[in-house]
Ligand binder design. Structure first.
Ligand SMILES: [Zn+2]
Length: 382
């Protein structure tokens, strides 16, 4: 495997790879992996999965490999050893094989791994190969990623310890066929072995009545999380916490390119079966869907508060403007009243002046008449 092969998985252009390009990647990853990355055991398992699952499933155009009634599966090792012993998980069909291969050759990833991008690219590749090779069968409707992360305050660089497979991707079992039931049963048996001496109760979803009154028959082993959790959970150091995220696959399959909101919009809450599985396995587990939901709720609340604040400010401004307008009207009224008062005063003053003038004129007239009468009398006496 060339040094650049692991990088091509998350490259923007690989979103649009056709099935043959993806299969070439799988071949390269399985037949010439870096032993430093996957170990000698990993190298052997990758070759076996490629020869016994990948190639026959593509050749037969069936994601499950069957020989007669028998379902072919390979028990691969994960990157963990618990108390020095290998942990094995069953690879039962093409899509899980692809998830496990990616997890083996890509993990551990660089600091700040983009978990959502890894999950989305895995789903896209499953869909691209499925559309070309497994047209008669539906693709898995749910995919999941589990990863280890540090508790708050710890150095994020420590995540990339070469000893830990820090993420694992997997998907639900596709189709309605006997192979699917056999695969689920195999997964269940491995779960029981890994969890022993603890035991799983009857699966909560099996026989559960849904809100639309239909009955759900999802038993142990069907979930996308089953393998992803199993791969990462084992031997989790106490300072680390496992996180996981499941998504619906439809929107991602249809997306022409990777967008960061794709995964957020497709997120799925952890199901009742997986909740019980996590509890029985005693994993410190955080459902990333709840974290994303919490972020979205907080953002929505903030937007609503901002809108409310904006509304209140607008109201305050409106009230102030109303107050100002009223004030102006009052001032105007007062000014008018004052003007009227002044005019009235002026009118009264004018009237008074006129009366005084008239009185004066009358007096003048009278005086003149008196003088004229006097003159007349004098001339008559002469
Ligand atoms: Zn589940």
């Amino acid at each position: 495997m060339s040094d650049t092969t692991p990088l091509t998985f998350l490259a923007t252009g690989s979103w649009k790879w056709d099935a043959n390009q993806i299969i070439a990647y799988i071949k390269d990853a399985c037949t010439s992996p870096s032993v430093d990355r996957v170990g000698k055991d990993g190298k052997q398992d990758l070759r076996e999965v490629y020869a016994k699952i990948i190639l026959p499933s593509l050749r037969n155009r069936d994601p499950f490999v069957r020989t007669g009634e028998h379902l072919v599966h390979i028990d691969v090792r994960t990157k963990h050893k618990v108390e020095g012993k290998d942990i094995r998980i069953p690879i039962t069909y093409f899509y899980t094989a692809l998830g496990w291969i990616i997890s083996m050759v890509q993990s551990p990833v660089a600091p700040n791994p983009n978990i959502e991008r890894i999950l989305a690219f895995y789903v896209k590749w499953c869909s691209t190969v499925g559309k070309t090779y497994f047209r008669d069968q539906p693709a898995p409707n749910t995919a999941s990623i589990a990863w280890l992360t540090l508790m708050e305050g710890q150095d994020p660089r420590a995540v990339c310890s070469p000893h830990h497979n820090i993420f694992s991707v997997s998907c639900s079992l596709p189709g309605e066929n006997p192979a699917k039931l056999k695969a689920a049963k195999l997964r269940y048996e491995f779960l029981m072995r890994a969890l022993a001496p603890r035991t799983l109760p009857p699966a909560p979803r099996f026989g559960q009545v849904q809100s639309d009154n239909s009955t759900c028959w999802v038993n142990w082993g069907h979930c996308a999380e089953t393998l992803a959790v199993l791969c990462v959970y084992l031997d989790v150091p106490p300072e680390r916490q496992m996180r996981g995220l499941a998504i619906r696959t439809d929107a991602i399959e249809a997306a022409p390119e990777f967008r960061s909101d794709l995964v957020r919009k497709s997120k799925k809450k952890i199901c009742d079966n997986c909740k019980v599985l996590i509890k029985v396995a005693q994993i410190a587990y955080e459902d990333h869907c709840s974290t994303m939901q919490h972020e979205e709720d907080m953002n929505r609340k903030k937007r609503e508060q901002d809108a409310k604040d904006k509304g209140e400010k607008a109201k305050e401004r409106r009230e102030m403007e109303e107050r100002r307008a009223k004030e102006k009207i009052r001032e105007l009224k007062e000014r008018r009243a004052k003007e009227r008062e002044e005019n009235e005063k002026q009118r009264l003053a004018d009237e008074k002046n006129q009366q005084a003038r008239q009185r004066q004129e009358a007096a003048d007239r009278e005086a003149k008449e008196r003088r004229d009468g006097e003159k007349h009398r004098k001339s008559n006496r002469r």
